[in-house]
Ligand binder design. Structure first.
Ligand code: BTX
Length: 330
C-alpha cells in the first residue's frame, strides 16, 4: 500500500503535465478504482491534485502539513527515518525518543512534532516551538564511540543544518560555537544533545534539532526577537517543511556515514567553513580569567581553539564567549 503510493507520487512528479488514470493503473498494476482511492488518500494528506477529464491527474502542490506518510514518501535513506513517529503536539520530542531508546528502537529512529509545549533548550532553558512553524525533531543514535566524542555529533548536526540551508537558499548560515545556527547574527536553530552512557561506552544519544522555519516576524516571542529569527523571515519566502526535513535527513545520513568511515576531520572542515567569527576577535571568560582572543577553529574533539594576543593557543571545552556586536549569548 505504502510503496504503491510512493510509486504513484513518483509517477505524478515525473511528468510535466497530466497523467491519465489508465496509464497510472497500468504502470502500478492496480485497478483504476484503486488509483482513484489512492488519490483521495493523497488529498487527505494535503496534496493538492488536479483531475481533468480525458487528461488525467496532476499534483499542484505537496502538503505543508507533515505526517508519517508525507515524510516517508520519497525519503530514500538507508537507515535514518525508517522508524519514524509524527505527533501533532508533544511536550518534547526528546522525552519520546528517550522512551523509545529504552524500548530498544533502532539507530536512526526519528520523532517529529508539529508543536512542542515544553520544548527544551540546553541547561533547562525553554525552546519556543509553535505549531506548524518549524522543525521540532529528535533522532535516536547508537554510535560506537566513547562518551568523550559525543560533542562531535552536535558539531556534525550543526554542519548538516547549515549545509541544508546553504543548498536550498541564498542565505549564509553560520554556526556559533558550540551549536547555534545563525543567519544575519540571529538564531534560527538550536541543537540539544543528550547522552545515556556507561563509563566508556555510549548507550545512546538523543539528538534534538529545532529549526525556526515559517514564523513571521510577529510570531517570534517579544523577549527573544532581538536575537531570534526564522528561515522565512530571512529569506522572505515560505519553506516546505516536508522537503526541508527530508533534505536534513538525507544530508545527516550521508555526513554521519562519512564521519564513521573517515573520522571527524571531514566534518571539522565543514564546521570551520560555516564557523561564526572564526578568524575574528572575541572576549572569552572562564572560571579563572577573561581575555581577548582570536577564534582559530575547532579541535578534532570539538573543543574551540582560540589564540591570545601573545600568540598562545588554548583549547576551550566550556567558556562564556562575548561575541561582540550582533552576537548574543544563548
Ligand atoms: P539553547 O539553550 O542554546 O537555547 C535556548 C535559548 O534560546 C532560550 O533561553 C531563548 O533565549 C532562546 N530561544 C528559545 N526558543 C527559541 C527559538 N525557537 N528560536 C531561537 N531562540 C530561541 C538550544 O538550546 C537547543 C534547542 C533544541 C530544541 C530541539 S526541538 C526538538 C528537541 N525537543 C526539545 O524539547 N528540544 C529539542
Amino acid at each position: 500500500m505504502e510503496s504503491t503510493r510512493k510509486e504513484l507520487i513518483q509517477l505524478l512528479n515525473n511528468v510535466e503535465g497530466h497523467i491519465s488514470g489508465q496509464e497510472l493503473s497500468g504502470q502500478l498494476g492496480i485497478s483504476r478504482t484503486a488509483v482513484w482511492k489512492h488519490m483521495n488518500e493523497l488529498k487527505k494528506d494535503g496534496y493538492e491534485i488536479e483531475a481533468v477529464q480525458r487528461k488525467g491527474y496532476k499534483i499542484l502542490s505537496s502538503p505543508d502539513k507533515i505526517s508519517e506518510n508525507t515524510l516517508r514518501w520519497g525519503l530514500d535513506t538507508k537507515w535514518i527515518g525508517h522508524e519514524l513517529h509524527h505527533y501533532d503536539q508533544v511536550e518534547s520530542t526528546q522525552e519520546i525518543v528517550h522512551q523509545l531508546a529504552k524500548q530498544g528502537k533502532p539507530h536512526g529512529t526519528v520523532v517529529i512534532a508539529d508543536e512542542q509545549v515544553k520544548g527544551k533548550g540546553r541547561m533547562s532553558r525553554n525552546w519556543d516551538s509553535p505549531k506548524g512553524k518549524g522543525i521540532w525533531m529528535s533522532v535516536l543514535l547508537r554510535p560506537n564511540l566513547p562518551p568523550v566524542q559525543a560533542p562531535q555529533i552536535t558539531l556534525l548536526a550543526a554542519t548538516v543544518l547549515a549545509r541544508m540551508i546553504a543548498e536550498r537558499s541564498a542565505l549564509a548560515p553560520q554556526i556559533k560555537w558550540p551549536n547555534d545556527l545563525l543567519i544575519n547574527h540571529k538564531k534560527v536553530s538550536g541543537i540539544l544533545t543528550e547522552m545515556q552512557a556507561e563509563q566508556d561506552t555510549i548507550q545512546y544519544i538523543v539528538l534534538g534539532m529545532g529549526m525556526n522555519v515559517n514564523q513571521e516576524d510577529r510570531e517570534i516571542p517579544a523577549d527573544i526577537k532581538y536575537k531570534a529569527s526564522s528561515l522565512k523571515i530571512e529569506s522572505r519566502q515560505h519553506w516546505n517543511i516536508q522537503q526541508t526535513v527530508q533534505h536534513i535527513l538525507r544530508l545527516f545520513e550521508e555526513t554521519y556515514e562519512r564521519f564513521e568511515a573517515h573520522g571527524f576531520s571531514s566534518i571539522k572542515k565543514d564546521w570551520e567553513h560555516f564557523g561564526y567569527k572564526i578568524g575574528e576577535e572575541v572576549t572569552i571568560s572562564t572560571m579563572k580569567k577573561t581575555w581577548q582572543a582570536t577564534l582559530v577553529g575547532i579541535e578534532p574533539d570539538g573543543a574551540l581553539r582560540a589564540k591570545s594576543k601573545d600568540g598562545e593557543e588554548e583549547k576551550l571545552y566550556s567558556a562564556e564567549i562575548h561575541w561582540g556586536e550582533g552576537g548574543y549569548h544563548a
